[in-house]
Design a protein around this ligand. Structure first.
Ligand SMILES: [Zn+2]
Length: 331
């Protein structure tokens, strides 16, 4: 088993250069499906991740998805939706998937016939959650967005400034028609509380990246809940280091390392010189993120100088690998 596991990304780095990169970092990847309204498109990506896991089981695993619901003109849920999702998830688990993902479009994009946004605690999902709990399958929830999604876009130092500048459709400041950050988090919390037998991982520090105390509150409240750090390294780096260190040490079996790198066209299908450029850049990015947790003192991350977290060797193996194995059995 690899020493390091990136428990949340979308990276199809097969081929010689990609596999050497993974061997060099002693790294296994957990690729995550992202269910979207375009059913063919998201399935095609899942096909890539499933194939990689089949071909290179030491280096790749995947988390499956299931379709978003639709309703007909009379407001009826599509015929057989829940049974079809359960059958599809069951087939994915039989093929080796180690979890199932729900994405932020639940809570922020999918509208019910009533005109309300579909929330993750909607009773329509209950049979699916019960099925996953009975199977012992982990549910990965990317619900909501960073809190700055609901704040004015006026601080270029904010770690999420770039994303919302480039993806204004997801920027919620001033959107009275949309659920608030709190409403989305509350629905997620009710769902986790309402399914205590279901193992749930909250992606991106459970969208509570602004304060580790807010994450800790949920970890205390919900024993069936863990979080991944994917795409939130800077949010951690901007908080008081001693406080973040104490948080990781206290919840040492509940926090999973992840990067959220997105590069999902198989490298084995790309031109050699393209991969020759990608390889070192990707290796450097993941190595830097892995190193940050143990680094003492300043280091370069993207375009910033940040202070390493300085965790000790008693915490790092759990955070960077073992916790992913615990929270995604079969990984
Ligand atoms: Zn992701």
């Amino acid at each position: 088993m690899a020493t390091h596991i990136d428990a949340h990304l979308h990276l199809a780095c097969d081929g010689d250069i990609g596999l050497q990169l993974l061997a060099g970092l002693d790294l296994k990847l957990l690729n995550i499906s992202v269910p979207q309204p375009d059913r063919e498109k998201w399935r095609a990506r899942t096909d890539v991740f499933r194939t990689l896991a089949r071909q290179h089981p030491n280096h790749f695993a995947w988390v499956a998805g299931f379709d978003l619901p639709t309703w007909d003109a009379d407001g009826n849920l599509e015929n057989g939706y829940v049974d079809r999702c359960i059958a599809e998830v069951d087939a994915e688990l039989a093929a080796g998937a180690v979890g199932v993902k729900i994405w932020k479009n639940v809570g922020m994009e999918v509208l019910k016939p009533s005109g309300e946004y579909l929330m993750v605690d909607d009773p329509l999902y209950d049979p699916i959650y019960e099925f996953l709990a009975a199977k012992g399958t982990t549910l990965l929830l990317h619900i909501g967005e960073p809190r700055s999604c609901w704040l004015p876009l006026d601080n270029p130092e904010d770690p999420h400034y770039g994303y919302y500048s480039q993806n204004p459709q997801w920027h919620m400041y001033g959107r009275q028609d949309m659920p608030s950050h709190q409403a989305i988090i509350d629905a997620r919390d009710r769902m986790v509380a309402g399914h205590p037998q279901l193992r749930v991982v909250g992606a991106h520090l459970a969208s509570l990246e602004y304060d580790v105390d807010a994450v800790a509150q949920r970890l205390d409240e919900f024993p069936n809940f863990a979080v991944d750090t994917s795409a939130r390294l800077l949010d951690l780096a901007l908080q008081e280091p001693a406080k973040v260190r104490a948080f990781v040490e206290r919840y040492r079996d509940r926090i999973l390392f992840g990067t959220d790198l997105v590069d999902d066209t198989p490298w084995s299908t790309l031109a050699t010189d393209t991969v020759a450029t990608k390889g070192p850049a990707t290796q450097n990015r993941i190595a830097t993120e892995l190193a940050w947790y143990g680094q003492d003192g300043p280091m370069q991350f993207r375009d910033r100088t940040i202070s390493g977290l300085g965790l000790g060797s008693d915490t790092l193996p759990d955070l960077l690998g073992r916790n992913a194995e615990r929270w995604y059995p079969g990984l």
